[in-house]
Write a protein that binds this ligand. Structure first.
Ligand SMILES: *Cc1c(COP(=O)(O)O)cnc(C)c1O
Length: 382
């Protein structure tokens, strides 16, 4: 066991981009600190190029971008939105907040992504949207999902909080759904503390998305010189990202290739160096389907039981390494019960939630620390 002097290797370590300070200073001197300034526009142009979406709109959080999706679809009480049970709260909350009923469906035990067969079973006359989450940035099985959405005329939304830089058959994640969202929360690959983006692929949503982000006003039209004054034209909120955060975000986006190289090195090392140990200990890695190119967002293992996982986390903790479980299935949550959820039916989600563990993964992880994690895992035996 390592001594008390050993520094803790955390699950995540926030990386402040080198140019953040200089960008903040430039924004301060430009004298515009609200959303929609030079840095905000530069981030949006960068995202449009990277993802290939029609429009990217920065928001204060991925949660806000998901709320904008609910507003754009004009969801009514009683409308149903299909989504995985194994996801972050915001995926469901954003739609529940606007009166829709989340319909939770199960994930696949190999990719940990929503199971297209379960989506098909869950579609009813009230289904207004299908929300997919590319867990760890590993692409969902997009072909059957796109076919289902198309056949039933149901808009597809990608909660792509994990998946900037991820791909499916060479096409960027976030470019498949009518709408998609990104997160720049400090736990994500590219971060500015708190932040997000709405990615719009269906051009029919562009104009209203601006209005929703701008407190329900047509201010965007005014700025473009298309109306003489701006006024209240719809509902909305204040969903923009302040300029100082956009200044930090642009620095992070421009550092993206180096952040990604660094994270990929950690992720690939875990895949390679832990493969033998996993095979010998009945531990599974997340299956990466052919065609999926994940962005090294998180690295997880599926241990044989909840007891093994508890012992695994405890043992690494004694070695000053932080490992962590992840989502509790949403269908078993108190809020889902209040919304009328019946007895949980997503058995794979419950099983995965009880056995999954994440290992430390962040940009610029010291090579010695990476070796320490690999060695500590390989020392665990049963
Ligand atoms: C992080 C995350 C969110 C929320 O992102 P914020 O930017 O913190 O609002 C939503 N969905 C998923 C899958 C996430 O991982």
């Amino acid at each position: 066991m390592m001594g008390a002097m050993t520094d803790l290797i955390p699950l995540n370590r926030v990386h402040l981009p080198a140019d953040a300070q200089a960008n903040i200073e430039r924004a301060r001197r430009a004298g515009r600190l609200a959303s929609g300034g030079h840095f905000g526009q530069a981030c949006e142009a960068w995202l449009e190029r990277q993802v290939g979406c029609r429009r990217a709109l920065l928001t204060g959080a991925c949660t806000h971008a998901l709320e904008m999706c609910a507003l754009l679809l004009e969801l009514q009480p009683g409308d149903e939105v299909i989504m995985p049970s194994f996801t972050f709260v915001s995926t469901a909350n954003a739609f529940a907040l606007h009166g829709a009923r989340p319909v939770f469906v199960d994930i696949r035990p190999d990719t940990l992504n929503i199971d297209p067969a379960r989506i098909a079973e869950a579609i009813t006359a009230r289904t207004r949207a299908i929300v997919v989450v590319h867990y760890a940035g590993v692409a969902c099985d997009m072909d059957p999902i796109l076919a289902l959405a198309e056949r039933h005329g149901i808009p597809l939304i990608e909660d792509n909080a994990h998946g900037l830089y991820g791909e499916w058959r060479g096409q960027p994640l976030g470019s498949f759904g009518a709408l998609a969202t990104l997160s720049f929360h400090e736990t994500k690959n590219i971060a500015c503390g708190e932040g997000g983006a709405l990615l719009i692929n269906d051009p029919a949503f562009v104009e209203r998305a601006h209005v929703l982000r701008d407190k329900g006003t047509n201010r965007q039209k005014f700025l473009a010189g298309r109306v003489a004054a701006y006024t209240w034209v719809d509902v909305g909120s204040s969903y923009g990202l302040p300029e100082l955060l956009a200044a930090v975000l642009l620095a992070a986006l421009e550092e993206g290739p180096s952040i990604q190289r660094s994270r990929q090195r950690v992720w690939q090392t875990y895949r390679r160096e832990l493969a033998g140990w996993c095979a010998a200990h009945r531990v599974d890695m997340q299956h990466i389907p052919e065609g999926a190119r994940p962005p090294a967002h998180l690295f997880c293992l599926l241990l044989p039981s909840a007891e093994r996982r508890a012992a695994f986390i405890r043992t690494l903790r004694e070695d000053a390494i932080e490992a962590a479980f992840h989502y509790l299935p949403l269908e078993g949550s108190p809020m889902a019960a209040r919304l009328g959820a019946q007895r949980p039916t997503c058995r794979v989600s419950a099983d995965v939630s009880a056995r999954l563990v994440r290992l430390p993964l962040y940009a610029h992880m010291a090579p010695d620390d990476l070796t320490r994690v690999v060695d500590a895992v390989r020392r665990i035996d049963w």
